[in-house]
Ligand binder design. Structure first.
Ligand SMILES: Nc1nc2c(c(=O)[nH]1)N[C@H]1C(S)=C(S)[C@@H](COP(=O)(O)OP(=O)(O)OC[C@H]3O[C@@H](n4cnc5c(=O)[nH]c(N)nc54)[C@H](O)[C@@H]3O)O[C@H]1N2
Ligand SMILES: Nc1nc2c(c(=O)[nH]1)N[C@H]1C(S)=C(S)[C@@H](COP(=O)(O)OP(=O)(O)OC[C@H]3O[C@@H](n4cnc5c(=O)[nH]c(N)nc54)[C@H](O)[C@@H]3O)O[C@H]1N2
Ligand code: SF4
Ligand SMILES: [Mo]
Length: 729
């Protein structure tokens, strides 16, 4: 037996391979954390093609969180005012099944909702789709990816006819110009950034452009940092297009042979002359021209983006406008080039493959497409018409559905919406009104547990075997290396048991997760994300592989693949489509009452709502407290100094943060990290301030910008620095 178990880091979408071994090993001192508790050893897997042995601080410290504050048993209560009482799994399943039946008969299946997560394994996602969209006939399955990747999904679908980032990480070391927009990869996709930064440092000719209103560690490494005003990305991108057009730096042959809708796009970009664009974006004409020059003089341009682009009320338009630049210059389908969306969560990509958003079905299919529905119904052995033709409720629709009483049952798993949803006061009020909420998580307490009627203990990373797909479409087997604590179960097993109790016995009879995966991949046959050649056994024996990977795949596993190398796209005419978009700006622009733009985001060490990283000593030391970044000029105007407490107010709520006075943020803009929910600090919730206005195509909310006012406070701040007690549950 091998000494190590190979698996994948369960944090970000870079998807680094890990090797895990037990705390106690012959001839070695037992591995312990700072409190003396034995912990599993974790190191990078040198054989993993995506990460080549590298890990960042989050991956390196993950094992420390495994045994802290776990939820061990199913718990129930009749109302939110009551204490939870422990029940057996049998009782919990019985309560849930009865409740689902009652809601089905009284309100219909449309009143049943599930809110899942890009931290599910593909098997969890797939079984949840089969249960909700297939057997229950409710498309109300949405995931936190709605807040994360849905603009990238709709942008790719609209431009290329199918979802799927076309590039691979090897392109980071093959490009002449990396164009990073709305991404702080140095902190959020550290190993992708390391690969790029190393190559950039070694090759003077290679250019790096970073577009971000903040001077992030990513921007520090760039040749050109364009600190644009929040929400002016489309102005900038159309402005670059204008200059490329004017300089004859476009690929007419590619445009003619491989694209459609160029005339409409050309009509739009002629309105984006450099002086207008520079003025709107708050940058110099010279910098804009430099960006266009780097782009036009490079043989291969790779653009990389994440939440600064996706989390926007014009997110899909931003994504398509990035893709436009690649289409007009023929920068796609070749090494070192292409529009590469960096996926946030470890398996948001797998979620897309398995149909894990309210408008999707497994195998990159769409709920609205009658043929796609029929294919899935036939495959699942359901009668024709069983899958609803209407896209289900999105994450935010579920909140408004609780408000108006149309949601009768909400099942939340592997996400913490009482911290991560926009307009948190409204979200919390809606959650309080929920007639019945099931919350399935690995940890207790979390902020969302306070809103649950039933708590189900989930097995997490290392305790269940399943598959995840990273940003570059590499599929890795995440193998269990320890038992789930006490009574915790894998998410897919919980969903499958409910399916069986609802009478779908043969539909949910699986001996293990390998069988679930084997069934799922058959649904990808002849689809853009074909994975019929992938299995648990194959992944275990030969290691990770990229899709597309059909059954008879000849390509060696370690050869990296790109999409669209034949320059044929998944649209009906095989051509990629230009999108013609004018900039619309922010949904809630600043005004005299709310004069600052608040933007929100992440820090290197913390992961989202801190359920794991808040329990790791080294990471708490790195980022002990929340803060608000403010430019020295704005600080001087308000008469405040470093560390002074600021009350931040938006139209929806307020929060308090100590000021961090820094030139890293543009005047007029302030930044707060998203990581501090109600359990981790007093009144420092970023989402108390944000709004739910979203992109009309992707329905992704604009978590990156809202208008706020700043009120200096005279008191010194003391944070409730939680030392969470070990839970007895
Ligand atoms: N350390 C760490 N890493 C993570 C995560 C984590 O929690 N912690 N989470 C993972 C997940 S799920 C995700 S989605 C990714 C997110 O990864 P990123 O998108 O890189 O992270 P964010 O900090 O959310 O936002 C990125 C940047 O967008 C900028 N921005 C704000 N408004 C605008 C704008 O209008 N235009 C432009 N161009 N930029 C703007 C912000 O200043 C910020 O620096 O990170 C993943 N990796
Ligand atoms: N203001 C603001 N808000 C944001 C963002 C932002 O940039 N700004 N970003 C948005 C984005 S991109 C994202 S992705 C979301 C993230 O927001 P959330 O999804 O709410 O954040 P996490 O803390 O990752 O929550 C994951 C939960 O799953 C649990 N968990 C871990 N593994 C398992 C498992 O295997 N099974 C089960 N059942 N549970 C498990 C963890 O304990 C944790 O409670 O936040 C969004 N909200
Ligand atoms: S870069 Fe992402 S996947 Fe890699 S170790 Fe860090 S958090 Fe994990
Ligand atoms: Mo995300």
């Amino acid at each position: 037996m091998s000494e190590f178990t190979k698996t994948l880091c369960p944090y970000c979408g870079v998807g680094c391979g890990l090797e895990v071994s037990p705390p106690a090993q012959p001839g070695k001192a037992t591995n312990r954390d700072s409190q003396g508790t034995p912990i599993w050893r974790v190191r990078g897997d040198k054989a993993h093609p995506s990460s080549q042995g590298m890990v960042c601080v989050k991956g390196a410290t993950i094992a420390e969180s495994l045994d802290k504050n776990r939820l061990h048993y199913p718990m129930v209560r009749d109302s939110l005012e009551q204490e939870f009482r422990r029940v057996s799994w049998d009782e919990a399943f019985d309560i849930i099944t009865k409740r689902i039946q009652t809601v089905r008969y009284t309100q219909g299946s449309e009143a049943i909702c599930m809110y899942g997560s890009g931290q599910f394994q593909t098997e969890d996602y797939y079984i949840a789709q089969k249960l909700m969209k297939g057997c229950l006939g409710s498309n109300n399955f949405d995931a936190n990816s709605r807040l994360c990747m849905s603009s990238a999904v709709s942008g790719y679908i609209q431009s290329f006819g199918a979802d799927g980032p076309p590039c691979c990480y090897d392109d980071l070391e093959l490009t002449d110009c990396a164009f990073l927009i709305g991404t702080n990869a140095a902190e959020c996709h550290p190993i992708v950034f390391n690969r790029l930064a190393k190559y950039h440092k070694k090759n003077r000719k290679v250019k790096m452009i970073v577009v971000d209103p903040r001077r992030t560690p990513t921007a520090e490494a760039a040749d050109l940092h364009l600190a644009i005003r929040p929400g002016t990305d489309i102005d900038l991108l159309n402005g670059i297009a204008y200059l490329l057009m004017r300089g004859n730096a476009i690929d007419v042959g590619f445009i003619d042979d491989c694209t459609s809708n160029f005339p409409a796009y050309a009509e739009v970009i002629r309105h984006y002359a450099p002086d207008i664009v520079a003025d709107r974006c708050g940058i110099s004409v010279a910098d804009l021209e430099t960006a266009a020059r780097y782009w036009s003089q490079s043989e291969r341009v790779l653009s990389l983006w994440s939440m600064g682009v996706n989390q926007s009320s014009e997110g899909t338009a931003k994504v398509r406008t990035i893709i436009n630049l690649h289409l007009m210059t023929g920068q796609i389908g070749k090494p070192g080039a292409g529009p590469f969306s960096l996926t946030g969560q470890p398996n948001a990509m797998g979620g897309r493959e398995a149909g894990g958003l309210a408008h999707l079905l497994p195998g990159y299919r769409l709920v609205k497409n009658p043929q796609h529905r029929a294919e899935v119904e036939d495959f699942w052995g359901l009668k024709r018409g069983q899958i609803s033709p209407n896209p289900g409720l999105t994450a935010w629709d579920m909140i408004t559905g609780l408000e108006d009483g149309s949601v009768g049952l909400l099942w939340i798993a592997a996400t913490n919406p009482a911290v991560s949803m926009p307009d948190l006061e409204r979200t919390k009020k809606a959650l309080l009104r929920s007639p019945f909420t099931i919350y399935q998580d690995a940890y207790y307490p979390t902020e969302t547990a306070a809103y649950a009627h039933v708590l189900l203990p989930a097995a997490q990373w290392g305790e269940k075997t399943g598959v995840m797909t990273n940003s570059e479409r590499t599929v890795t087997l995440c193998q269990a290396f320890r038992q789930p604590p006490r009574e915790a179960k894998a998410d897919w097993e919980i969903f499958a048991e409910i399916g069986r109790r609802l009478g779908f016995i043969k539909e949910f009879s699986y001996a293990n997760s390998a069988e679930v995966y084997a069934e799922f991949v058959r649904l990808t046959r002849d689809r853009p994300c074909e994975m019929t050649g992938i299995s648990h056994e194959g992944l275990r024996e030969f290691g990770p592989t990229q899709w597309p990977h059909p059954e008879a795949a000849e390509t060696p596993r370690h050869e990296r693949k790109r999409l669209y190398t034949n320059l044929r796209f998944h649209t009906p005419d095989g051509r990629a489509r230009f999108g013609a978009y004018h900039s619309r700006g922010l949904a809630e622009p600043p005004d005299p009452n709310y004069p600052f733009v608040l933007t929100t985001g992440r820090l290197y060490g913390h992961w989202h709502t801190q359920t794991r990283t808040g329990r790791i000593g080294k990471i708490r030391q790195m980022h002990p407290d929340p803060f608000i970044e403010i430019h020295p000029r704005d600080a001087a105007k308000l008469g405040i100094t470093d560390n002074q407490l600021l009350e931040v107010r938006s139209r929806r709520g307020k929060a308090k943060f100590p000021a961090k006075v820094t030139k890293a943020i543009a005047p007029g803009t302030v930044f707060v990290p998203m990581h501090w929910g109600a359990l981790w600090a007093n009144e420092a919730e970023a989402n108390a301030l944000t709004h739910p206005e979203s992109c009309p195509d992707s329905l992704q909310p604009e978590l990156k910008a809202c208008a706020v006012q700043l009120v200096p406070m005279s008191v010194e701040v003391t944070f409730k620095n939680f030392q969470l007690q070990s839970s007895q549950w």
